[in-house]
Design a protein around this ligand. Structure first.
Ligand SMILES: Nc1ncnc2c1ncn2[C@@H]1O[C@H](COP(=O)(O)OP(=O)(O)O)[C@@H](O)[C@H]1O
Ligand SMILES: C=C(OP(=O)(O)O)C(=O)O
Length: 365
């Protein structure tokens, strides 16, 4: 055991016992694990992702580990929310597993996250949030109980929600990597093989407060952006994802919602307003029309322009004062990726080994 909390599942008896926690998240994540077992048996892909739909019916999935921006970026005033965390992709399209959202509230402000702010009203459950007993005013900045404070609200508390929470096949999938090293570009377009490489790798940062003992961002690899919840080998989910993306012509993007201009401690967290502009450009199709340049080592394709975002921030090295430190850190991250991927070298993705070879070649060189 690595923590004092346990979620014990007996699939045969359909029982789940949660021990040692005062956090409601284990209930939904426990059932999510069950879905990761049951759904693939029916040819349905279960995904740790947010999901929304534009007015024209274009669906986007947002993959990411806890704290990387699924809730924040799928809750978008200009689009219909399908769900913020757990979805299935079947032959009919996407559907939400849950009936509500479980949003992080630390430092919540009306200005930065207006839709989540407005969803907090009578009927919403605030968890571990400190409030003044007499005035009943809540203080979203107080980390006294935990940094992982939450608001659980029914999905219809978001004004522009898609009910029922289903949609057509995704046009875009967005892999959210919160890069604590600050070397991944704010956005890059991925080939199918790169998508599989990054999906299987699940590189991101554990963000403060999301797991026991995590006080500052820490680089990690969490296969399928949800290693704790998957029940089958990661390559099984990857093969299903590749198959569905090919069939439905889905485009994939890697978006760094982590650091820029240096690693954690030196650089800054990517501005949410810039990330939102990037996501807008993915949704409205303008990013597809951009010209691209390829990065060294990771071979990522960075757009030369994104409307509303200063071009210089699109290339991470521009933001580092010490260019040697940038290159050294990039190489260090590449080595971590390669070491992590050794765990997957003996596995096929799909029916032949062709895709597996392409996937390996799509990683950092
Ligand atoms: N560039 C950014 N993109 C997305 N989220 C950001 C960014 N910068 C800071 N944040 C913050 O990071 C947190 C992301 O959390 P959340 O959206 O709940 O993640 P998830 O749903 O993936 O667990 C929010 O508190 C958000 O305000
Ligand atoms: C509830 C959780 O999911 P997320 O942080 O992605 O909302 C969790 O991982 O504890």
């Amino acid at each position: 055991m690595t923590s004092s909390t346990s979620i014990d599942l007996n699939l045969k008896r359909r029982e789940m016992v949660i021990l040692g926690t005062q956090y409601a998240g284990e209930m939904k994540k426990g059932l999510f694990s069950v879905m990761h077992y049951l759904m693939p048996k029916r040819g349905i892909l279960s995904l740790h992702s947010g999901c929304n739909m534009g007015k024209a019916g274009d669906v986007a999935l947002f993959f990411g580990l806890s704290g990387t921006g699924k809730t924040t970026l799928s809750t978008d005033h200009n689009r219909y929310l399908i769900g913020d965390d757990e979805h299935c992709w079947s032959n009919n399209g996407v559907s939400n597993i849950e009936g509500g959202c479980y949003a992080k509230c630390i430092d919540l402000s009306q200005e930065k996250e207006p839709d989540i702010w407005s969803a907090i009203k009578f009927g919403t459950v605030l968890e571990n949030i400190v409030f003044e007993e007499h005035s009943r005013e809540v203080d979203y900045s107080d980390k006294g109980v935990t940094e992982n404070t939450r608001a659980a609200y029914p999905i219809e508390y978001i004004s522009n929600v898609k009910l029922p929470c289903v949609g057509p096949h995704p046009r875009n999938v967005i892999l959210l990597a919160c890069d604590a090293f600050g070397v991944l570009p704010p956005v890059s377009k991925l080939t199918l093989a790169q998508t599989m490489y990054h999906f299987i790798s699940g590189y991101t940062a554990l963000v403060a407060g999301t797991e026991d003992g995590i006080k500052e961002p820490q680089a990690t690899f969490s296969a399928c952006f949800g290693a704790a919840f998957i029940m089958l080998h990661p390559t099984k989910y990857a093969a299903m994802l590749a198959d569905k993306m090919k069939k439905h012509g889905t485009t994939a993007w890697l978006v760094n919602t982590g650091w820029s201009g240096g690693s954690y401690g030196v650089g800054q967290r990517m501005k949410l307003s810039y990330t939102r502009k990037i996501i807008d450009a993915i949704h409205n199709g303008s990013l597809l029309k951009s010209t691209y340049s390829e990065t060294p080592i990771f071979g990522l394709h960075i757009p030369d322009n994104v409307e509303g975002v200063p071009s210089e921030i699109l290339h991470p090295e521009n933001m580092w004062v010490d260019k040697n430190a940038y290159m050294g850190t990039l190489k260090k991250l590449a080595a971590l990726f390669k070491r992590n991927f050794e765990n997957f070298l003996d596995y096929k993705v799909g029916n032949d080994s062709k895709l597996a070879q392409e996937i390996l070649a799509a990683g950092p060189q």
